[in-house]
Each structure stands twice: as C-alpha cells, then as structure tokens.
Design a protein around this ligand. Structure first.
Ligand code: NDP
Length: 322
C-alpha cells in the first residue's frame, strides 16, 4: 500500500511517500480501507518530535473508510461497513488496522469526508465545552485560533451551550469566517493586545474560561483575560509549548484553575467515544453544526499540507485523499 512515513523527525520534507505491506488485522482489529484522512495539528508535533513517537512512523490520527477485513474475535462489525475513528496512529495510508472498539459506524447520509473531518477536532470541541469546563448559558468564553479546525467547531458548540463567544484570529479573512460560525466578537491578536481587548469587551470583568491551543505566545495574556476563579484550558501548542510556571502565578492572577487536557482521556471508554461521536454526527445531520472542509490534498501532498497548516494559511478542516 502507499503510505506517508518518516524515519527521522524534522520539517515537512521528512514526510515521504513509501510502498509498505498492507497490514493484516490482529485479533480484535479491523482493516479499514481509507477514503478520507483527517489532518490535525498534532500530526505536526509527531513529525517535529515535540511529542515523541517510535520511528519509522506513519503519521495521522484520524480517518474514515470501509472495513475490508475483520480480525479474530471482532463482533458487531462486518466487511463493507463504513467507519471512522480518531486518536489512532498510522492514518496517512491507504489502509490502517485498528482496534475494533476504537471505530464508530458512520451513519448513512454522512460522507466519508464529513466523518473524517468531524471526529478528532469535533470530539475535542465537545469534551472542552461539555466536560473540561461545562459551559453554562450566559458565560463568556475566549477561544484562540477561532478560524482553525477546532476553533470553528468549538465556537459553534459554545454558542449552542448559550455562551457569548470571543475569538482571536490572525487575519481579516479568518475574522469573517469566525463571525460566520458564531463568534460574537473577534480580536486580531497579531495586531492588538488581546488581553486588553477582552477586558474592554467584558467591561473589565474578564471571561469564565479561556480555551488556549496556541500555547507559548498566548499563555500569559490568556491568564489576564480570566475572571477570578476562572478556568484556563491549555490544550495545544501551535506556537510552541507553554514553559514551566509556578503555581503561585494562578493565585496572583485570581485563584485561577488550570488544566492541560487531552482528547485521549475523554474517550477512554467505548460509551464516551460513542456519545461524543454520536452527538457530532447528529448535529451535522440536522445542520446544527457546520463543517468547513477545505479542498482536500492528495496523500502524496502531505508535506505541502503540513507547510500550509504551520504557516497559518489554513482555516477549518484539512483532509488527505489516498
Ligand atoms: P488549526 O486549524 O487550529 O491550526 C492551528 C492554528 O493556530 C493556525 O491556523 C493559527 O491560527 C494558530 N496559530 C497561532 N500561532 C501559531 C503559530 N505560531 N504557528 C502556527 N499556527 C499558529 O489546528 P487544529 O484545529 O488541528 O488544532 C488546534 C490546536 O488544538 C492545536 O494546538 C492542537 O494541538 C490542539 N488540539 C488539542 C487536542 C487535545 O485534546 N489537547 C485535540 C485536538 C487539537 P491564526 O492564524 O488565526 O492565529
């Protein structure tokens, strides 16, 4: 099968199109012929070595396709069934063999591209808004990188929960897209001091929660945006990892709460996975959740997709088509 692999960590050029043996499903696994592969920012952390992975490595954590073979002991899934998954390695390929309890059936009426687009970023937005900080009606929330994959979905879900949503983005075009997806206020954080702007927009009060996936460059400012006892959710590092800090900083900034969550721990059980994916599929089907899927890249163009993502050129969801 064709797959993208890297044998050493580094820039996008380490992503190499390779011929590899098609995997065979082990006991408890299903072999999926991929129709659409989701690109996520975490794929760049694996490639650069920010998050360490065993080498050689096939990147990619998300996809949708058709079950081609069923391993020993698998029940409830059959050959020909359409499925999707997230947070499983080896996705930049024509085939992936994964644990049967990590896949979810894709409903009729949902395309493979939609399924691959909504799983990882959608379930992330879901757990952030429902579980990490359960948003209440009337809350004001700040979402950084509001026009990105997670950002657009989290904005819509935060609005469904009844929040007033403030986002940050780097360009006017991204600001417009963020507004179209429900942001009440958008701040160009590359041009203005976003913490000052948030204070102005909230009459000096601050926000209940900051969802910060940008990391290093926004961390301190994000703490300054919070109300006393507000929650700082640091869930990504697009600008670099947040450096170590003293817990006393949280007291000085208003007895803040701080968490550094990962989707992996919010879909640990099969029921959590089915509940979060099911909610997203229903919202997409009913038109309550809009997906912004960009022109897909060919599998062979994975390196270009990474370049575009890391240079902040992209909005919404990026896909690879094998
Ligand atoms: P995005 O589509 O949001 O792309 C990243 C965005 O970050 C860019 O478009 C850019 O938006 C912004 N950004 C700010 N500073 C930089 C920088 N220096 N370099 C590059 N981009 C920058 O990606 P995803 O939706 O895939 O992921 C968003 C974030 O969420 C990532 O940090 C990812 O790791 C994290 N994440 C965390 C999960 C978890 O469970 N912890 C799960 C899923 C995602 P702009 O141009 O507007 O600034």
């Amino acid at each position: 099968m064709k797959a993208i692999q890297f044998t050493q960590t580094g820039g996008p050029d380490v992503l190499t199109l390779t011929d590899l043996p098609t995997p065979s499903p082990k006991s408890g696994e299903v072999l999926v012929r991929l129709a659409a592969i989701g690109i996520n920012y975490i794929d760049t952390y694996h490639r650069t070595g920010l998050y360490s992975v065993p080498l050689p490595y096939i990147p990619g954590s998300e996809g949708a396709g058709v079950i081609e073979q069923v391993g020993e002991g698998v029940t409830g899934l059959s050959v020909g069934q359409r499925v999707a998954y997230a947070m499983q390695p080896g996705s930049y390929a024509e085939y992936v063999s994964i644990s049967a309890d990590k896949v979810v059936p894709v409903p009729d009426g949902m395309t493979d591209q939609q399924a691959a687009a909504v799983m990882l970023q959608g379930m992330t937005a879901h757990y952030l808004a429902f579980s990490t900080y359960p948003i209440r009606p009337g809350d004001t929330v700040l979402i950084h990188a509001g026009a990105g994959g997670v950002g657009l979905l989290l904005t819509q879900i935060a609005r469904m929960r009844g929040a007033r949503v403030i986002t940050t983005v780097s360009t006017d075009e991204k600001a417009q897209l963020s507004r179209e997806n429900g942001a009440d206020e958008v701040i160009l954080y590359t041009q203005t001091d976003f913490a000052e702007e948030v204070k102005k927009l909230t009459g000096g009060q601050g926000v209940n929660v900051v969802y910060d996936s940008v990391g290093k460059s926004t961390f301190e400012g994000s703490l300054d945006c919070l109300k006393p006892v507000g929650m700082m959710v640091s869930f990504g590092n697009a600008s670099g990892a947040v450096p170590p800090f003293a817990p006393a900083l949280l007291a000085a900034k208003g007895s803040l709460m701080f968490t550094r969550p990962s989707l992996a721990h919010y879909i640990l059980t099969r029921s959590a996975l089915l509940e979060r994916a099911g909610a997203l599929f229903n919202w997409v089907a009913s038109g309550q959740l809009r997906l912004e899927i960009q022109q897909p890249y060919a599998l062979a163009d994975a390196a270009q997709a990474h370049r575009d993502l890391e240079s902040r050129k992209t909005t919404g969801k990026l896909l690879l088509i094998p």
